[in-house]
Design a binder for this molecule. Structure first.
Ligand code: CA
Length: 230
């Protein structure tokens, strides 16, 4: 449990009611009241689910949906649409949203949809928490701590780290990382992987220039070696 949900909704009453209800269900809820803040949070923080209103000041929900997917973030997106707005539903699903709920809705319906979407999140299988001595990571909650203090990782950095940890000890080629972490739709250079590894090292390694956790395998890719308990 304790999945992290981002709720982007400009209607204050709905935002407050809904986030209270979600917290009562033990979800960790972050909110955004406009499209700019929503897009920023959705693209830069790790979430297990994003609930997105479509009509928003600043940046529309469909644009945010596009931003998130263009950034290669695979977090499930549930869009909130106004009744009978079939076009928006279709466009939303095409842009990468996973499901939609029509306003007005009953909370029970929304909660049921959320459960279905969260069940698809692969982080729910296997172990959730790892202690690498230098840092700890809780895959379920999307949290990383170093010396007991939270370390801020972007959603992509988190996904990259998780991918490497789950293949601990194995050399993972850059191409595989691009394909699996960024998604095949992303038309990116393998250099992208290097810059993200660089950033992860700055945040996690004791001496970033002399990495002990994420090693470079020359000409191939990277290898995570911080086995649990080491
Ligand atoms: Ca709205």
């Amino acid at each position: 449990m304790n999945e992290r949900i981002l709720l982007v909704e400009d209607e204050e009453a709905l935002r407050v009611t809904l986030s209270d209800r979600l917290r009562a269900e033990q979800y960790v809820v972050e909110t955004a009241a406009d499209g700019i803040d929503g897009s920023d949070k959705a693209s830069n923080q790790p979430f297990d689910l994003i609930i997105l209103d479509l009509m928003l000041p600043g940046r529309g929900g469909l644009d945010i949906c596009r931003d998130v997917r263009a950034a290669g973030i695979a977090t499930p997106i549930l869009i909130l649409t106004v009744r009978d707005d079939t076009v928006d539903k279709v466009v939303g699903l095409k842009l990468g949203a996973d499901d939609y709920v029509t306003k007005p809705f009953v909370a029970a319906e929304l909660l049921a949809r959320i459960e279905v979407l969260l069940r698809r999140v692969p982080t729910h299988s296997g172990r959730g928490e790892y202690d690498f001595g230098i840092f700890c990571i809780d895959l379920r909650r999307g949290q990383v701590t170093r010396d007991g203090k939270p370390v801020y990782l972007t959603a992509r950095e988190f996904q990259l780290l998780r991918y490497l940890i789950e293949r601990s000890g194995a050399t993972v080629p850059r191409e595989e990382l691009l394909r699996s972490v960024w998604g095949h739709s992303a038309n990116l250079l393998t250099r992208t992987v290097d810059t993200h590894v660089f950033s992860l090292r700055q945040k996690l390694e004791q001496i970033p220039n002399v990495p002990e956790l994420i090693l470079t395998v020359s000409g191939v890719g990277y290898k995570f070696v911080g086995g649990p308990g080491r």
